[in-house]
Design a protein around this ligand. Structure first.
Ligand code: FMN
Length: 208
């Protein structure tokens, strides 16, 4: 298979899996491969405003399932990854997190200050929390596609009560994290349903 065919195949088999095989575990190396794909995702200003929590606790899984309107994938999956978006102090232009993230570029002082000021102006004019969650969704897409590439199924879960999810994950308001998405991973127990998508002609226009 060419790289192009392999990636096309991963995109074709990825679907929102509603039912996972019981007792079909994900190997630690495969979980790491998936998390690594999240780590390598692009993010605005390169700030990587995410934290991944692998939820192992069965009781926490049950609590999270209830917070997701009873969606059974949460309880059934082999591994559950919660993606938290960084907010508050993490996004402060003068805070330690942003400073450290920009410092690692090794820019001369003038350029460092210019980037920081650009970020300061940008974030002041943005809904920072929604912006941070949007970055997390890109990491989620990377993880789901990486999983598909190695035959592991997933389902993006955004249908939840945020406060209940954050309670279950033991996140406090001053932690400055907010839930972005829950990602159950596992092996499908049922066939893949038909895919519904608009056609390229419906969604692509060319501006010459
Ligand atoms: C941000 C987001 C939130 C979603 N939330 C849920 C959810 O709570 N439960 C669910 O079963 N699917 C959820 N989905 C999956 C979509 O319903 C699904 O991607 C869409 O119907 C297309 O189907 P496919 O993923 O099988 O191609 C979500 C997808 C995204 C991108």
């Amino acid at each position: 298979m060419t790289p192009r065919e392999a990636f096309t195949q991963a995109l074709a088999v990825r679907h929102s899996c509603k039912s996972f095989e019981a007792d079909h575990e994900i190997l630690p190396d495969d979980l790491r491969y998936i998390l690594e794909a999240g780590r390598l995702a692009p993010s605005s200003f390169g700030l990587e405003p995410w934290q991944f929590i692998v939820v192992k606790s069965p009781s926490k899984r049950q609590e999270l399932m209830a917070a997701c309107y009873g969606q059974r994938q949460i309880g059934e999956c082999a591994e559950l990854v919660a993606i938290l978006a960084k907010t508050g102090k993490f996004l402060d232009a003068d805070g330690a997190y942003v400073s450290d993230m920009f410092a690692r570029w090794g820019l001369p002082q003038e350029a460092y200050t210019a980037v920081k000021n650009m970020y300061r102006n940008y974030i002041a004019a943005t809904n920072a929390k929604e912006w941070s969650i949007a970055q997390c969704h890109i990491a989620a897409a990377n993880m789901m596609n990486a999983a598909a590439a190695i035959g592991i199924d997933s389902c993006a879960i955004g249908g939840f009560h945020p406060q209940l999810v954050e309670n279950a994950l033991e996140i406090n308001t001053d932690d400055d994290y907010t839930i972005a998405m829950l990602l159950p991973f596992g092996y499908r127990s049922k066939g893949q349903p038909a895919r519904h998508r608009l056609l390229l002609d419906d969604i692509v226009t060319y501006l010459h």
